[in-house]
Ligand binder design. Structure first.
Ligand SMILES: *Cc1c(COP(=O)(O)O)cnc(C)c1O
Length: 407
């Protein structure tokens, strides 16, 4: 596959900038570790044996390549463009996140670090991290907001079965942002022995680059698969955007294909009302949060606003810096889906295709539902089915069926 070795190296620049976005806004105590990570990653990327080990595990442990599935019934239901789904939902642990967690665990091994920390919102990144830590015999501690632990009890139990220590964070809103702060604090204290597996295309350089490169395989496969099936490139790519890792993973291999349009879908929550959504490109402003300069939701004083989404994985105040760059360049378009639109798409995909998507993923599907009917039947959309909905059953049951399910 050699997806790392062939990744175009032009962006970010050597200081981690995507144009005016990105960079390394961290305490001085972390600079040495980030520099060490950057140089070890450069060495790994050039090392054929690293790529071979990664490819072997991606294939035999994680389940790559994932199929590119023609959603025939959804296509005829919508009556427009042909819809293909990239089936990341079929991966081990149920979402794309394991591509990155696995790659970073291999990097930790190279760095000689035997202790791993991570933070998690919905718990999917925590589960992926706990999984690869079990696989490699690494000690694992996951920080999670107390509110998220209650909402995602199933994933908390999975992490504990996998041998991870899950630490409840009670500060502030007790969700993802506070969990990230706690993980950063741990890293500053234990940086000599510990690697921080960051879970999205966010944070200080080199994380946005490393996370993107480990997910790049999604688009590399999809590009090859659509050429095999249709003998041409797609017209449109669609993916949901939390931090932006599954989206940049799908988009990256197509960025130089001028005919391929791309659309990222953020969480519109209850609508674009202050504090009730997480759509950073809808009225967000340039600022710095947790290591990177990007678009974020903040008030006039620069204080981070509250965010809301039905999907915990999209519920974060900042977007990955590479997305901010391509948005300003006009290369990628960004829109949003509300909670109601996502829940409706969740039902549609479940009932018509027999695929229960994650609520994050359902935001991307909502855009497919809006857009496909406006396109010619000869047009092709590839949407990233970033994860499956098992983790969201209780949440969806509450909203859709009006039932409380306890795990
Ligand atoms: C975490 C998650 C997301 C959002 O994260 P990105 O980094 O934006 O991809 C999307 N889909 C699923 C299934 C997730 O678990």
């Amino acid at each position: 596959m050699s997806t790392l070795a062939h990744a175009p190296a032009s962006l970010p620049d050597s200081h981690g900038h995507f144009g005016q976005f990105g960079g390394m806004f961290v305490p001085e105590t972390l600079m040495a570790a980030l520099k060490e990570l950057e140089s070890e990653y450069a060495a790994a990327r050039a090392d054929a044996s690293f790529q071979a080990e990664l490819d072997d595990l991606l294939h035999n442990y994680v389940g790559r390549p994932t199929p590119l599935y023609f959603a025939e019934r959804l296509t005829s239901h919508l009556g427009g463009a042909k819809v293909y789904l990239k089936r990341e939902d079929l991966l081990h642990t149920g979402a794309h996140k394991i591509n990155n967690a696995l790659g970073q665990a291999l990097l930790a091994k190279r760095l000689g670090k035997k202790r791993i920390i991570a933070e998690t919102g919905a718990g999917q990144h925590g589960v992926a991290t706990a999984t690869v830590c079990a696989r490699f015999g690494l000690q694992c501690r996951v920080y999670m907001g107390k509110v998220d632990m209650e909402r995602q009890a199933l994933n908390v139990a999975r992490m504990r079965f996998l041998g991870a220590e899950v630490v409840a964070v009670t500060a502030g809103q007790a969700t993802l942002k506070e969990a990230v702060n706690e993980a950063m604090r741990d890293w500053v204290t234990n940086v000599r022995t510990t690697h921080y597996i960051l879970g999205s295309a966010l944070g200080s350089h080199p994380f946005p680059m490393i996370v993107r490169d480990f997910h790049r395989v999604i688009g590399v496969e999809a590009r090859r698969q659509i050429l095999e099936k249709e003998n041409r490139l797609p017209d449109m790519l669609i993916a949901c955007v939390g931090g932006g890792s599954n989206a940049i993973g799908l988009f990256h291999a197509f960025l130089n294909d001028a005919s391929v349009k791309m659309c990222g879908v953020e969480a519109g929550g209850d609508g674009i009302i202050q504090g009730r959504h997480a759509a950073r490109f809808q009225g967000g402003k340039l600022g710095v949060l947790q290591g990177t300069k990007t678009y974020l939701l903040a008030n006039h004083d620069g204080q981070i606003e509250l965010t809301h989404s039905v999907s915990a994985g999209l519920d974060y105040a900042a977007v990955g810096p590479e997305h901010a760059y391509y948005r300003d360049q006009g290369r990628i378009e960004y829109t949003y889906a509300t909670d109601d639109e996502a829940l409706s798409a969740f039902r549609t995909l479940s009932e018509i295709e027999g695929l229960i998507p994650a609520l994050e993923t359902a935001h991307g599907i909502a855009e497919v539902i809006k857009r496909a009917p406006t396109m010619d039947p000869s047009a092709i959309i590839i949407a990233n089915l970033s994860g499956r909905g098992d983790k969201d059953v209780a949440q969806a049951a509450r909203h859709i069926l009006g039932e409380e399910i306890k795990f």
